[in-house]
Design a protein around this ligand. Structure first.
Ligand SMILES: O=C(O)CCC(=O)C(=O)O
Ligand SMILES: [Fe+2]
Length: 265
């Protein structure tokens, strides 16, 4: 993937802020990366519920203490370089991700709708390995400031009610990359439902009239899907069983501290 990568080609219809790139890593690379993830020393990851972190620790004032991206992510294959070659990180402070969060999901596990917050340049690249997921983006309810604890997500969204109907849903195939930027990053939330399988509904006949092949499918990237199983499930109103999924979420932390200086405090 050279630096002439055509990012615009992968933009999701109807958005200015989301790019879905299927087969961002090959099957061999996927297998290699999963092997490295599963075999990497657990003490190197900061653990939080079903999430593991690498690539440095963020301390309370939004500073990355060390940049510690493991060799299997930035050597061969050099996923970090491949991400920066998409051009998506061109305007971020370092022009490339310097922080990676690894999430691990068993079938039936998801992640509550949340925002990633202001620590990062407002752009995240998410690589899916091992299984698909359906990623939903949500918006806050207009003028709603009432506390709704069941829908309170993280500090950035505390007390704001969320519209439970997603504004955008994307099927993330294994080996794909999704890039979320700008308003969808800063104003919306994102999450994955805790399901063992994802079911897809057919578009209503009335909706489909004049809408072309992808008309009103709930899955916004139906035109960009590569796998026949995924296409069949979405187009045919079928379902896809989830397997263990690993996601690598790659961001640019804007302020990097001098680790030695911090250590002496
Ligand atoms: O696993 C994913 O695809 C999403 C993870 C996520 O939203 C996060 O780490 O902030
Ligand atoms: Fe997130």
């Amino acid at each position: 993937m050279g630096s002439d990568f055509d990012l615009a080609r992968w933009r999701l219809r109807g958005t200015d802020e989301t790019y879905y790139i299927p087969d961002f890593v090959s099957r061999d690379e996927e297998e290699y990366l999963i092997r490295k993830i599963v075999g990497s020393p657990r003490h190197k990851w900061k653990r939080l519920a079903n999430r593991r972190f690498t690539g440095g620790e963020i301390i309370n004032n939004n500073i990355l203490v060390t940049s510690d991206i493991p060799g299997w992510l930035n050597q061969s294959p050099d996923i970090i370089k491949r991400l920066s070659n998409t051009g998506a990180y061109a305007n971020s402070a370092h022009g490339a991700p310097n922080h990676v969060i690894l999430n691990e999901y068993l079938p039936g596990q998801g992640i509550m709708p949340h925002q990633d917050g202001p620590t990062y340049h407002p752009l995240v690249g998410t690589i899916s390995l091992g299984s698909h997921a359906v990623f939903h983006y949500y918006e806050y309810k207009e003028n709603a400031q009432l506390p709704e604890p069941s829908q309170t997500l993280n500090d950035s969204g505390r007390g704001r009610a969320v519209n439970p109907e997603p504004v955008l849903s994307v099927l993330l195939e294994p080996r794909s990359l999704i890039i979320t930027t700008s308003r969808l990053y800063t104003n919306h939330l994102h999450g994955i439902d805790p399901l063992e399988e994802d079911s897809f509904s057919l578009p209503l006949a009335t909706d489909a009239i004049g809408q072309g092949s992808s008309g009103h499918y709930k899955i916004a990237n139906v035109d960009l899907l590569q796998g026949s199983e995924a296409l069949e499930a979405v187009r045919g109103g079928g379902s896809l069983a989830r397997h263990t999924r690993y996601s690598l979420t790659c961001r640019d932390v804007e302020k990097i501290a001098n680790a030695k200086f911090l250590g002496k405090r």
